[in-house]
Design a protein around this ligand. Structure first.
Ligand SMILES: [Zn+2]
Length: 243
């Protein structure tokens, strides 16, 4: 193209290729050509990223470029791929809406783009969650330290936001029989390799009860040295698992 737009710049002949690219309707030669163009054109790269909900692509661009291109309203997570992926559906939704409003008046095209982007999002999200789930749970082998009336089993799972601890605590007898009075007799304490303690949960031990709590700590699983269940009042360790 030889004409220029009102701003005096040469129009980007690829500016409208993003949807076709995301929809997979470019020929392989065109696809190759467009991908080559994407390497040098942040504007088109952002357009594709918005359509496909691919925050990784945005994250490769300088902040100033992203802002200049008018996508500063995207959530911070769009430029921080290390954050949990839970914001992705929202991001993809926003991107679809803004794109559709801006460029695709034809309802049929809009629907196709939405369906396609939703498909891409659906493909992205399970992948991310799968990779979290694939970090298999570490079984916790609790040894009784204080009271034999308590049996605890559990596991620790690495998740994007820290470590999730799931456990089952069986209690036989009455709290009073262990010399304990008051509510919330137990607490679960996570001790990291520097010796820092975090109380992750507390719960009440009813007579002959079984509880199955779940708690999350920020401490990465690799930094956890021990997990203990203690009597809340005395601080005495009931059971302990060494990781
Ligand atoms: Zn371009």
């Amino acid at each position: 193209m030889s004409h220029t737009d009102p701003s005096g710049r040469t129009p980007d002949r690829y500016a409208d290729w993003d949807a076709a690219y995301v929809l997979g309707s470019l020929s392989s030669a065109e696809r190759h050509e467009f991908e080559k163009h994407l390497e040098d054109c942040p504007r088109c790269a952002v357009a594709v990223a918005e359509l496909a909900g691919l925050p990784g692509l945005l994250s490769t661009l300088p902040e100033s470029t992203v802002t200049e291109l008018g996508v500063s309203n995207l959530p911070e997570t769009a430029r921080a791929p290390q954050k949990p992926a839970v914001a992705l559906p929202k991001l993809a939704h926003q991107a679809r809406r803004s794109k559709i409003r801006r460029r695709f008046a034809a309802a049929a095209v809009a629907a196709a783009v939405a369906a396609s982007a939703a498909g891409i999002t659906a493909a992205l999200i399970p992948h991310t969650e799968t990779s979290q789930a694939q970090a298999a749970g570490v079984p916790l082998s609790f040894s009784n330290v204080d009271a034999n009336s308590v049996a605890v089993t559990g596991q620790a799972l690495s998740v994007a936001w820290g470590t999730q601890i799931e456990w089952k605590c069986s209690y036989q007898g009455t709290p009073q029989s262990s010399g304990y009075e008051g509510p919330k007799p137990f607490e679960l304490v996570v001790i990291d390799k520097q010796g820092k303690e975090t109380v992750a949960a507390s719960w009440d031990a009813q007579e002959d009860s079984v509880v199955s709590p779940v708690a999350t700590v920020l401490t990465p699983i690799g930094q956890i040295a021990q997990i203990e269940v203690r009597w809340t009042n005395s601080g005495k360790v009931v059971v302990r698992a060494v990781l």
